[in-house]
Ligand binder design. Structure first.
Ligand SMILES: [Zn+2]
Length: 365
């Protein structure tokens, strides 16, 4: 698999801005509009977008820097512990959706962009709430009660038909121009398009005839949700002017950072530090997982930086499906101070290793 920095043509220390500029260049050169029917250009175009989707995201970039392709769910094989494929696959639509603005928009943009007529607002506004969820809650799912305030019609305030529009909520303007008479229909500004105006307002109500009400709602969080997933509760938002239909309540899920777990899609990452003797002799150690402690075998001769996979210890897929894995990065710790006995043993080891050859090799970046 090609290095993501190479694909975009920047070095590892490139700033976000440099990455964006470099990506734009690669994307423009391989843009399907400029290379009709060219499969290789299309492949490059997709590859660059996939690389950019990782490198433009601080967290994913850090995971890639530390764990390589496996860190961002891109297939890779490493010593003995097979990483199955999967990973990031972006369709042309995804690419234009997400990065279209970077390289001048999608070919469909002109159909959707701009020119949309502004509708009269006869509906209340939506309420957006962020809800923090822990990794444990994401694993098992949870039910949480949320308290919030919304604007509802005040029962002591009475309404009557709007005297400007006669209840239709719309007004028609007729203007004279050199081309003749022009008629245009817009929402009634007097009643905000609701067709109703306040007859008698109580002191509690605002000029829109609404009061603030405390609400409690129960939110069932399904297992496997991710940061940025949301749930919509129809009609649980604010009522509109004069009691017009309420908007929606939208709950956005926000992952709480974990002390030592990092998440990538369904996989969980953790780093563990082991001693020389554990690495040389092998060991069985206890590792925290989402389900509690689990034992992990350290095979003798393990190298620092090696990644071990604990199958099925990750997050479940939203709406069912198998769980991801936990990836454990093994880090060898060199002792910084030695007790007398330890020093003696290391000296003996050094004597034993005295004749072994020093091996040099090329640094790879
Ligand atoms: Zn009106």
């Amino acid at each position: 698999m090609r290095d993501l920095y190479d694909i975009i043509g920047v070095n590892k220390s490139a700033s976000k801005d440099e990455i964006k500029k470099a990506y734009r260049k690669v994307a423009m050169n391989n843009h399907p509009d400029r290379n009709p029917g060219n499969k290789e250009a299309e492949q490059n175009f997709k590859e660059a977008a996939e690389a950019y989707s990782v490198l433009s995201d601080d967290q994913k970039r850090a995971q890639y820097d530390q764990f390589g392709h496996a860190g961002v769910g891109m297939g890779e094989q490493t010593g003995g512990h097979g990483f199955s494929g999967g990973g990031i696959h972006m369709s042309m639509d995804d690419i234009f959706d997400q990065f279209g603005d970077i390289f001048g928009g999608s070919p469909f943009e002109s159909f959707f962009g701009g020119g949309q007529s502004r509708r009269t607002r006869v509906r209340g506004s939506d309420i957006k709430i962020n809800l923090k969820v822990s990794y444990e809650e994401i694993l098992k799912g949870a039910e949480k009660k949320i308290k919030y305030k919304r604007r509802i019609p005040d029962p002591e305030t009475t309404f009557m038909t709007c005297n400007q529009c006669g209840g239709s909520g719309q007004v028609t303007r007729v203007t004279q121009s050199i081309l003749g008479q022009m008629r245009s229909t817009t929402g009634c500004p007097h009643c905000n398009g609701t067709g109703k105006q306040i007859e008698k307002r109580s002191r509690k109500a605002g000029p829109d005839g609404l009061i603030l009400d405390h609400q409690t709602i129960s939110v069932k969080i399904p297992p496997g949700i991710e940061d940025g997933n949301y749930m919509t509760f129809d009609g649980k938002g604010h009522f509109g002017h004069g009691g017009a239909n309420p908007g929606d309540l939208v709950i956005y899920f926000e992952e709480v950072n974990h002390n030592y777990f990092t998440r990538n899609d369904r996989d969980i990452f953790i780093e563990v530090q082991i001693s020389f003797s554990q690495a040389a002799l092998g060991d069985k150690i206890q590792i925290p997982t989402l389900d509690g402690k689990a034992s992990l075998s350290i095979s003798k001769g393990i190298q620092s930086g090696q990644i071990l996979r604990m199958k099925g210890k990750g997050f479940p897929k939203l709406r069912g499906g198998s769980r991801g894995d936990q990836l454990v990065k093994v880090q060898l710790i060199t002792p910084q101070s030695l007790k007398k006995k330890e020093k003696e043993l290391f000296d003996q080891l050094a004597d034993l290793n005295g004749n072994s050859k020093t091996i040099f090799s090329k640094v790879r970046f």
